[in-house]
Design a protein. Sequence first.
Length: 501
Amino acid sequence: QNKMSDNVSDEIEVKDHSKEDNNENIELIKLDPITKFGYAAAETALFITGAIRGFYLGTFLLEVARISTLAVGAIVLITQIYDAFTDPLMGIISDRTIKNKFGRRRIWMIIGAFPLGIIYFLQWVVPPTDVYLKVLYYFFVMLALETSYTVVGVPYTALIGDLTNDYDERSSIVTYQFSLGILASIVAVMTHAQLILWMKDGDDYRPGYLVSGIVFGAYSTFVIFVSVLSVKERNTDYHTIKKNDEEEEEEEENDFITRTKMNIKYFLGALRDALKNRAFVLLTLAYILGWIAINFIQVNLFFYVKYVYRRENQFKYFLLVLQIVALISIICWYFISRLIGKKKAYYIGCLIFILPGIAFLIIQEGQIIIGLIGVITGGIAISSILYIPWAQLPDVIEEDEIKTGKRREGLFYSFFVFFQKIGLGFAVAVSLILLGLFGFQDNADRQPTAVIWLLRILCGPLPTILVLITLILIFFYPITKKRHMENLEKLKKLKKELKKN
């Protein structure tokens, strides 16, 4: 790691010995706000590109690039499934990367930074070809973009477990991530919308999309490097418990075939262990269902505002209110979760989600009050469903380490993202395919009644039902703050035994 990053990180690291359990001190690593801001910088890139793609990519492909709903649905589904399966592979690679001056996580962020920015821009280019070549173009561009997201995103998210072992400090880091991410996405989405309008040439929206792609592609590359230089990987022992002879012999083998076999064996063993981990299974199921619910709303919200609410010119203001409320709520959820626990905070968020579900179902053209109720309560609820599971995941990793003797943040985060990508692909593909089957007409003034009711269901009752199912799953999630502290104590004893041996 370069000297500047080392010096900054070393200066801000503080050990907190104030918390005790079983009469023994546990060293809890605290991080300075500067480090948290630096780490969260890369999250703004993921939030910005994700928000713009989430709200506008479907509209761009359908109404600017003029590709059919079935073709767009197929492209998104295939690329998301591909991306989902590359995430665990990237997790294995980052977990088993040989130590170097940039660490086992940050080196991959460096490798993926420039491709992500360039390919993000290419996604908004409309090639001057027939529709079949356009489909192939967007298919391969999206494959490349999802690959670059994986190379950067999986190691980046896995860094949380390497930065600190403190239960509340991890919640604080996720709060920084989501707060800065949402704030950046508010500015980016509004800027994107204005660029499209300012640079519109008659009915041609392409210039605005191109400029937006250049601006936010370059920004994403820059802030990824900011994060790389702002943090230092600390808690990076691969094994807490002594390796057995077979593992030591395998690590001495360096040829490609042997290492490939080792990685496959590692992956299958880790998958088996992950599926045996009750806390991880419950948390992942809850997150994937919540993520699918949110994506049903995100993918269809523009069409909902345009064709159901009949106020297309107000769409950017809907997004502004939604994201500002979500930003404020993230900070509130952090303090609520510290006060009453992460599980109870999640329950509250799920129950609030019922209100936007009802609002999106019953709202009529131009009803501002009901629209505001839906957007405001939606921002409050969505922020809890996104934020809390990510704050809980590092606690699951410690539980796995106790059982297996290995730290596998990369693999666990990649599994989490794996199911997230499957959920995203499912929501987008199902939405677009159903819209096509129900008679959706691109750039039409009005849609058939069947499409209107489909949009109501996709933005209202369906997401609400999915979120209420996640409430039941989190109810059975076993890790509390007390159990987490007990796990830290167990890990401390295991590491002491390892040093003695």
